[in-house]
Design a protein around this ligand. Structure first.
Ligand code: CO
Length: 154
């Protein structure tokens, strides 16, 4: 596995709509392994492929509930509302206040192309929404009601 460079806001790749993954092959597995190493090294809750410069519908999420690899993910429904702090590995040194659904149900494929569904609540739901937004070129800063400086942790 290798740790990948995380691109920062201002890079046009973060604003592109990502394309669907068609091949569930070794190249995808390596990408997922590298994204896992990167999100752990950066102490993130999630990472989307555009953040490492690849415009494909792939995210990893690393939360209390577990580590999830989501390929071609789609939110099936969302419910409720939560408002809280959010940050992004591509927006270093900032946090913002963002309102998100409190519960989401999502469908996605695993690294072998098999379909799965998950239900996420609370912070997990926030992470799913944040990462899936990346796949459509949306950053949390577009939705934040306030943005403030925080100490970068690297
Ligand atoms: Co992010």
């Amino acid at each position: 596995m290798s740790r990948l460079f995380v691109v920062q806001t201002g890079d046009p790749v973060l604003r592109q709509k990502c394309t669907e993954v068609k091949s569930f092959n070794e190249k995808l597995w390596k990408l997922l392994d590298d994204m896992k190493e990167t999100v752990r090294a950066e102490n993130g809750a999630g990472l989307a492929a555009p953040q490492i410069g690849l415009s494909e519908r792939v995210v990893v999420i690393d939360v209390e509930e577990g580590f999830f690899e989501m390929v071609n993910p789609v939110i099936l429904f969302s419910k409720g509302e939560q408002t809280g702090p959010e940050g992004c590995l591509s927006v270093k040194g900032k946090q913002g206040t963002v309102t998100r659904p409190d519960k989401v149900k999502a469908e996605y494929r695993d690294r072998y192309g098999k379909k799965h569904k998950l239900t996420a609540v609370g912070f997990f739901a926030r992470a799913v929404c944040h990462e899936l937004d990346h796949l459509d070129g949306v950053l949390y800063t577009d939705k934040a009601t306030e943005l403030y400086d925080v100490e970068a942790d690297d």
